[in-house]
Design a protein around this ligand. Structure first.
Ligand SMILES: Cc1cc2nc3c(=O)[nH]c(=O)nc-3n(C[C@H](O)[C@H](O)[C@H](O)COP(=O)(O)O)c2cc1C
Length: 186
């Protein structure tokens, strides 16, 4: 157990044994992280810079006081400019029957920006960012801050309004998930 202790890890860092190690390869990391089941979301943003949305599994709760979430967007996406200028976004957790919509917002059908919203039934809450009427839950956010980390930009949002669908009967699956590079249900 001694090797696992925080003190030992601090010591290893000081003596350079961990600090000198290169990071795992991108391929090894992608293979490992593919085993983590994740909810499938569509992150949207609307405002003076226009309207857009993308499918995302890199969404996480950060704090409940104040309510704060993060989403990660590839730095190559043109939606970065829009997220920053609009300074607001919404997270929509997809229901299990929304695979087609997930693929549209993942760019797999060749649709971009506003054209993706021709599919799905959309409304708004507080910020005006599109909220999917059939979402399992939605979080409407004001952009708090963002930071580039490697290939992606992490956007932090303060949650201004929520939509939560009533629960299905006990045990019924309702959420679209992504696991081992395939869609599933939870
Ligand atoms: C299941 C799934 C999850 C995804 N998760 C993310 C994600 O968390 N962050 C991201 O930047 N792209 C993610 N993508 C890819 C984007 O949805 C895709 O690149 C999208 O087209 C980006 O929008 P753009 O074409 O306007 O740049 C995911 C795709 C799929 C199919």
């Amino acid at each position: 157990m001694a090797n696992d202790s925080t003190a030992d890890r601090d010591l290893a860092r000081q003596s350079g044994t961990l600090a000198d190690l290169p990071p795992a390869t991108g391929e090894a990391f992608r293979d490992a992280i593919a085993r983590l089941p994740s909810g499938v979301n569509i992150v949207t943003s609307a405002g003076s810079a226009g309207k857009a949305g993308f499918t995302a599994t890199a969404v996480a709760s950060v704090s409940d006081d104040p309510p704060t979430v993060l989403v990660c967007l590839n730095r190559k996406s043109p939606q970065n400019k829009l997220m920053r200028e609009n300074a607001q976004f919404a997270v929509n957790l997809l229901p299990k029957d929304a695979v087609t919509l997930a693929n549209i917002f993942a760019g797999r059908t060749g649709l971009h920006l506003e054209d993706r919203f021709k599919h799905g039934d959309w409304t708004t809450l507080t910020t005006g960012s599109p909220v999917l009427k059939g979402a399992v839950m939605a979080l409407d956010c004001r952009l708090l801050s963002f930071e580039d980390v490697g290939s992606h930009t992490v956007y932090f949002g303060t949650v201004l309004a929520t939509l939560t669908k009533p629960r299905h009967p006990e045990g019924a699956k309702e959420v679209l998930i992504y696991h081992d590079r395939h869609y599933g249900e939870a």
